[in-house]
Design a protein around this ligand. Structure first.
Ligand SMILES: [Zn+2]
Length: 80
C-alpha cells in the first residue's frame, strides 16, 4: 500500500457509496410513483455513477497490478 493506493481506495469507496445512494433514491422514486421525469433523471445519474464506479475500480486494479500493491480485500469483495 502507498499514498496512491490510499487515494484510489477512498475515491473508489466514495463512488460505490454514491452509486448505492443514487440506486436507493431511484428505487424510492419508483416505489412512490414519482414523476416519470424525476425517475429518468435519477436513472441517468445512476448510469453516470455506475460508470464512475467502474472507472475507479479499474484505476485501482491498474495501480495495484502495475505497482504490485495488490490487496486481497478487493479480490474478496469483487461484487462492490
Ligand atoms: Zn500503491
Amino acid at each position: 500500500m502507498c499514498e496512491e493506493c490510499d487515494k484510489l481506495w477512498r475515491a473508489y469507496e466514495d463512488s460505490v457509496f454514491e452509486h448505492v445512494r443514487l440506486c436507493s433514491r431511484l428505487k424510492l422514486a419508483m416505489a412512490t410513483n414519482a414523476q416519470e421525469s424525476a425517475c429518468d433523471n435519477l436513472a441517468a445519474e445512476v448510469g453516470v455513477a455506475e460508470r464512475k464506479r467502474a472507472a475507479m475500480r479499474a484505476a485501482l486494479l491498474e495501480h495495484e497490478s502495475t505497482s504490485g500493491h495488490g490487496s486481497p480485500s478487493l479480490v474478496a469483495k469483487p461484487a462492490i
